[in-house]
Design a binder for this molecule. Structure first.
Ligand SMILES: Nc1ncnc2c1ncn2[C@@H]1O[C@H](COP(=O)(O)OP(=O)(O)OP(=O)(O)O)[C@@H](O)[C@H]1O
Length: 231
């Protein structure tokens, strides 16, 4: 199976920090690929580098096409949906306005699917996004990526700081979405990763130290402890 995304020799330097030091991995055209690693390893920076949000060297290919030098808006137009760690909802706009802003191209845009997955977004359509809870804002952030016909979703720590019930809801949605579109997921919640990830990429201090299928890593307590510092 040809990979959907191929990242090779990715370096990111910001100021005097050499944050990514030759990151290389591929993303399969199906399922969930989880990017794991300790705090500060370089997971978020990896997603940002793929999206052209930080200066980088190396190569990034999507569907075999080199997208390394493209500006972010053109990378997004190739079909990447991004739900960033800080959710980036427009606080002063309503839920519906936030979703409308995310529409790309002529559509059709999948409002039915988004509202079916997150009925609360329909009920709260007229509410200003800045007054939503963290979990509801996360629904907006993920809902935006599901509106368009994307080749891949990049989702950064979607469950950070959320109550257990919302974590389960977000996990359900990601699992369902992954049947239609592959997801590159940064996530610290290993129970969630165990449940929905097919593949893993482990980053340590700016380099990839392990890739493989999720089960082989997460059912091996010693390897999990060595690579992630947790049981
Ligand atoms: N704009 C920046 N300027 C300077 N250093 C940065 C910048 N962005 C990230 N870093 C540093 O790069 C390293 C990797 O950060 P990154 O956010 O990618 O880590 P992460 O693996 O996503 O961590 P976490 O799990 O804590 O979110 C960290 O040491 C961070 O402090």
């Amino acid at each position: 199976m040809k990979p959907l995304l191929e990242v090779a020799d990715l370096h990111v330097r910001i100021g005097t920090s050499h944050i990514l030091q030759g990151v290389a991995f591929t993303v399969a055209p199906q399922g969930v690929t989880a990017v794991l690693g300790r705090n500060g390893a370089g997971k978020t920076t990896t997603l940002k580098a793929v999206l052209g949000l930080v200066p980088k060297t190396g190569t990034v290919r999507l569907d075999g096409q080199d997208i390394t030098g493209l500006p972010t808006h053109l990378i997004i137009r190739r079909g990447l949906g991004y739900a960033p760690e800080d959710r980036n909802v427009f606080a002063g706009l309503t839920v519906t306005e936030n979703l409308r802003l995310a529409e790309r191209g002529r559509g059709p845009h999948r409002y039915d699917q988004v509202y079916e997955m997150f009925p609360e977004l329909k009920q709260r359509g007229a509410q200003r996004a800045g007054t939503l809870s963290g979990g509801q804002q996360q629904m907006v952030a993920i809902g935006r990526t599901l509106l368009n016909d994307n080749r891949m979703l990049l989702v950064d720590e979607p469950t950070k700081g959320l109550a257990p019930r919302i974590v389960t809801e977000v996990a359900d949605v990601l699992e369902r979405a992954s049947h239609d579109v592959p997801i590159l997921l940064v996530e610290q919640n290993l129970a969630l990763v165990r449940r929905i990830a097919d593949h893993v990429v482990v980053i340590e201090q700016g380099s990839v130290v392990h890739t493989g299928d999720a089960d082989s890593l997460l059912t091996d307590p010693e390897l999990t402890r060595d690579l992630l510092g947790v049981a």
